[in-house]
Design a protein around this ligand. Structure first.
Ligand code: NBG
Length: 829
């Protein structure tokens, strides 16, 4: 730079809102701190700084965001609408900065301002708008859609209260409300002018119009307003920023004021309360699904808002309505938005005067449906009276769809009335119910499961009749997870090592990890890999010390199981292994046992007694084990409270062994299994869900397999399974169960765990006892393998190297090709 110029006062060459140099970013952060947060640095808290940095990031997103939104109006583009009652997004800041490609300048700017990047990042409260796998999958898919430049909108509900926070008191789960909006939300933009109205209740009126056509009009008893809140979804260095559009319910002014003015204050207020309740709180979903009216209101509310929004776009772009299905591809994330099938029919028929056949053609070609569970208790069905009183017009439409559908069934399978009854959209066994999965199947042109085994079980079991009728509708798309969040953001240590070895292309092309395979045979590389892994374990150990005041050994084997607590996921089988080791050490304190730290995390549905008892059980065993000097140099049990996305980002990278031990045939896919393996953990697991494919990908010799297969599970249960016999014939299991029953882990209380033991000894629906010995033997093999650290590192590297298939980018490419018929990179000009 010539001397005379550098002596000039600073020349601002970059815009404060869009510039990306370190100097500009520093200025912009302080500017936002002052003008948006209204704070000066000495008074600013971590949350203030987070907010200022987040606005600074958002400013740099906006141009791309607006550009992408405008591209939706291009006729040749088909926009994917991912309808989901849950989006478990996790904190945005670090992810957005990475995806924008601004990690280096932001880190530097924050550092030069004298701040700690980590503190700023961890000050963000995460939007926990989902329960677990299904909601997190939706979040990974949004990341991949934007990364692959596919124009897409995620549609859902802006719950005011998300997933509850979990505290552990005296070993029991206690639920606390999650008011995640407490400090505001810098990412979202409220679009009051884009509100839509949604009706509930009332009645229908039919008439014949001037062309002699039969017409129906729905006269709802109440109307609420849906207000969209938009959040940008930044693709990884793709320049595409898609939209997550979440609906908040509010009272319509007209209703409110009319009542108010006529003196009906009480009526006005209760109307307002009714309206605002709809988007108030997320349902914790794995209680037995009971016909909760509010839940149906939520489902209809966000689905109707979203469909009206699409039709409005269609009209604004001046596209004819009869090409709706060419412009929009709607994915139903489970049955929660499946009422959309009837709602789109209603909008086309009643509001836009279309004939049935054309409306049905459009509807069927617009929707496709993903099933996420085989558990019969999780299948949604609504009592017909409740459904009809809330959505009278939709019930009529569903009856009409059903009549036409059953006609088709009867033509294909004449005389098979049992089949027609099984397939009907209405369950008429005793009380009448609307079967939402059937509505979704009939209304969609594609139905998919989420792992190969799961899709097979759908085809041959749960949805067999539908598969026999329309085999071409069924397809498998194995789940995937985004390597941006689950490797690059959460495991910077391992990511840096991998990028040093093979470059950074893996971040958007995970198959590139294959390039790591030769490292497995290189002793120096294995040592580096181990060194990195140890650093990450130290990081988690420090966190555990800070949170729980527990000192754990970073050189012990980190054995982790983090996921929702459910009997089918068998956290209590994991505990039986801990007790087996405990039992061995008590009998022989000098036994050479590999030191292990058992790490658990997960929430139980508030109404699921057995799951809550399992949490108590884990903590009770932990209390005894962690305090007993005979064992506590070698075994530790840690239950990390309040498992969420942020905590997942700490645990996955630090694990050596990943517990994927569900009863075969029960876990649709699992996605945590993928996150662990990508981060170099080895899996101990059953042939369930995506485990089957992970094992195949990483090599059977690099996976610890145990347990019955799905077929064997079915056969065992069918042939009259007697867990009591297993208990009688296995002396170690016998002793362990007796010690639990004796009150050894419950301060002498013999009743505390009785429900758990009774359930295992009498029914054991999830076959813990049947799989017990096989699990223990397999755990012994894992421990033996861990003794040979060179061998373990080799397996660990190979696991990470071979996980390319499990990137959500691969899943999204399959959806694009086989279901939505969209080209990737479509949004790129
Ligand atoms: C879950 C399954 C998991 C699966 C995720 C995502 C629900 C209803 N189902 O096995 O239990 O990985 O969906 O597909 O949350």
């Amino acid at each position: 730079m010539p001397e005379q110029i550098s002596q000039h006062p600073a020349v601002i060459t970059e815009d404060d809102r869009t510039g990306t140099s370190v100097e500009t970013l520093k200025r912009a952060i302080l500017d936002n701190l002052y003008y948006v947060v209204a704070k000066v640095p000495p008074a600013a808290t971590d949350i203030d700084y987070f907010t200022a940095v987040a606005y600074t990031v958002r400013d740099r997103i906006l141009a791309h965001w607006i550009e992408t939104l405008e591209s939706y109006s291009r006729k040749e583009l088909r926009v994917v609408c991912y309808l989901s009652a849950e989006f478990l997004m996790g904190p945005y800041l670090a992810n957005n900065i990475l995806n924008l490609g601004l990690d280096a300048p932001f880190l530097q700017a924050v550092k030069e301002l004298g701040l700690e990047f980590d503190r700023i990042v961890t000050s963000e409260s995460e939007p926990g708008l989902g329960n677990g796998g299904l909601g997190r999958l939706a979040a990974c898919y949004l990341d991949s859609l934007a990364t692959l430049s596919v124009p897409a909108i995620g549609y859902g509900i802006r719950y005011e209260f998300g997933m509850f926070h979990q505290q552990i008191r005296d070993g029991w789960q206690v639920e606390m409300t999650d008011y995640w909006l407490r400090y505001g939300n810098p990412w979202e933009i409220r679009r009051s002018q884009a509100s839509v109205e949604v009706g509930f209740g009332g009645h229908t009126e039919s008439s014949t119009d001037e062309h002699g056509k039969y017409r129906v009009r729905w006269v709802p008893a109440s109307v609420v307003k849906g207000i969209p809140y938009d959040t940008p979804i930044v693709g990884y260095r793709s320049g595409v920023v898609n939209d997550l559009r979440l609906w908040k319910s509010e009272a319509t002014e007209s209703f409110y004021f009319e009542r108010f003015n006529s003196g009906d204050y009480q009526g006005a207020v209760s109307e307002k309360v009714f309206a605002e309740n709809i988007s108030k709180v997320l349902y914790p979903n794995d209680e037995e699904i009971q016909g909760k009216e509010l839940r149906l209101q939520q489902q209809y509310f966000f689905t109707s808002c979203s469909l009206q929004d699409m039709i409005r776009f269609q009209q604004r772009f001046q596209f004819p309505l009869d090409t709706f299905h060419q412009e929009w591809a709607i994915q139903l994330n489970d049955t929660h938005p499946s009422i959309g099938v009837a709602e789109l029919m209603r909008l086309l028929l009643d509001e836009h005067g279309m004939g049935w056949d054309e409306a049905w053609h459009i509807t069927n070609n617009t929707f496709s449906f993903t099933n996420h569970t085989l558990l019969p208790e999780a299948l949604e069905r609504w009592p017909v009276p409740l459904f009809g009183s809330l959505l009278p017009r939709h019930l009529e439409i569903i009856y009409e769809i059903n009549a036409r559908f059953l006609k088709e069934v009867r033509e294909r399978f004449p005389g098979d009335e049992a089949r027609a009854a099984r397939m009907s959209l209405i369950d008429e066994h005793d009380q009448k119910y609307v079967r939402m999965a059937h509505l979704a199947c009939v209304g969609s042109h594609r139905v998919n499961g989420v792992a190969e085994l799961h899709t097979q079980l759908l085809e041959h079991d749960l949805l067999r009749d539908f598969y026999e009728l329309w085999p071409e509708k069924f397809i498998n798309v194995t789940n995937g997870v985004t390597p941006r969040r689950w490797l690059a953001v959460s495991n910077p240590e391992q990511s840096a090592l991998m990028s040093r070895k093979i470059g950074t292309a893996w971040i958007s092309d995970l198959d590139e990890l294959r390039g790591l395979e030769p490292l497995a045979e290189d002793a120096a590389c294995r040592a580096q890999w181990r060194g990195v892994q140890r650093d990450v374990k130290v990081r988690l150990s420090n966190y555990i010390k800070a949170q729980l005041d527990l000192s754990i050994d970073p050189d012990s084997l980190f054995d982790a199981q983090v996921k929702r607590i459910h009997e089918y996921k068998r956290q209590h089988l994991n505990v039986l292994h801990i007790l087996t080791l405990y039992h061995r050490l008590k009998h022989n304190p000098n036994l050479d046992v590999i030191p292990r730290t058992f790490i658990f995390g997960g929430k139980a549905a508030p109404g699921y007694f057995m799951a809550k008892l399992i949490i108590k059980f884990i903590n009770a065993v932990g209390e005894v084990v962690n305090k007993d000097p005979d064992v506590n140099r070698r075994l530790h049990v840690v239950f990390l409270p309040d498992y969420d996305v942020s905590l997942g980002q700490r645990v996955y990278p630090a694990a050596d062994l990943s517990e994927q031990i569900s009863t075969a045939g029960k876990e649709a896919s699992g996605t945590g299994n993928m996150k662990f393996a990508m981060n170099g953990a080895l899996t101990i697991g059953t042939l369930d869900g995506a485990n089957v494919e992970i094992r195949k990908a990483v090599g059977t010799e690099n996976f610890f397999l145990f347990g019955l297969t799905a077929d064997q599970v079915r056969a065992t249960l069918a042939s009259g399974y007697h867990p009591w016999d297993v208990y009688q014939s296995n002396p170690v299991l016998h002793e362990i169960i007796d010690s639990i029953a004796s009150g050894h882990f419950s301060h002498g209380d013999r009743d505390l765990f009785r429900p758990l033991l009774d359930s295992l000894l009498q029914h054991d629906t999830y076959l813990l006892f049947a799989d017990y010995q096989s699990y223990i033997d397999c755990q012994d093999q894992a421990a033996q393998a861990y003794r040979d650290q060179e061998h373990w590192s080799r397996m660990s590297i190979l696991n990470a190297a071979r996980m390319g298939k499990f990137s959500s980018d691969r899943s999204i490419k399959e959806y694009c090709e086989d279901i939505w018929h969209i080209k990737v990179n479509a949004a790129k000009k």
